[in-house]
Design a protein around this ligand. Structure first.
Ligand code: CA
Length: 227
């Protein structure tokens, strides 16, 4: 049974989440504040954490940092706030994904399943080195990209960027993370690097680069590969 830790201080929302999760045969623990959340996370070893960022006793980002000190459990953030700064801070602290309130229960459950599935994927599997879409195929081990039967030439930087995105399908990767990984910089002033390289990758791989289907921009936040 997949265990979910729900960290949320709104009792009505907790009730709705618990009912919906139990109806789908998840085991559920609920914590109304950060101290309880950290205690339950250690005691119950959940498979996934749903975390509200606005809690009475602690900042949600501090809870993520606390969990990441010892656990790789997927963390799905529930954020009421519209601004992207807090979501980016949560993702950079180690959250896996976020859902903005109000959310549909179906969307939340889909994101939850995806977060759990990602932890079950075995990265050592050689088949995982092959990424196949309707429009192109990537062999990550051989560093080979093929589109319409033709080899596509990618620069080492393009490969690096692409590899980070395609090995976490569906997951939002922040600009800061990509800049750090690929260029070793974290200044947001360098986000134009990203725009340039993403545009190149789309020109090389997407059927309609101005309406990308695989390399998706999350405005102000980062990028996502949809496989
Ligand atoms: Ca709250």
């Amino acid at each position: 049974m997949t265990r979910v830790l729900v960290v949320e201080d709104d009792p009505q929302l907790v009730r709705a989440l618990v009912l919906n999760l139990q109806a789908r045969h998840y085991g559920v623990d609920a914590a109304p504040d950060g101290v309880t959340a950290l205690r339950l996370a250690a005691a119950r070893q959940p498979d996934v954490v749903l975390l509200d960022l606005g809690l009475p006793d602690m900042d949600g980002v501090d809870i993520i940092r606390g969990l990441r000190g010892w656990s790789r459990v997927p963390i799905l953030v529930l954020s009421a706030r519209q601004g992207s700064d807090e979501k980016v801070a949560a993702l950079d602290a180690g959250a896996d994904d976020y859902v903005t309130k109000p959310f549909s229960m179906n969307e939340l459950l889909a994101r939850l399943r995806a977060a759990v599935r990602r932890t079950e994927d075995t990265p050592a599997d050689p088949a995982a080195a092959l990424v196949e879409t309707e429009d192109f195929t990537l062999d990550l081990a051989a560093k080979r990209a093929v589109r319409d039967g033709q080899d596509v030439r990618l620069t080492p930087t393009e490969w690096h960027l692409l590899e980070i995105l395609v090995t976490s399908p569906g997951r939002l990767i922040t600009q800061k993370h990509l800049l750090n990984e690929v260029w070793g910089v974290s200044q947001s002033s360098k986000t134009n690097y990203l725009r340039v390289y993403m545009a190149q990758l789309r020109r090389k791989l997407e059927r309609d680069p101005s309406h990308p289907r695989y390399l998706i921009t999350e405005p102000g936040m980062g990028y996502r590969f949809e496989g």
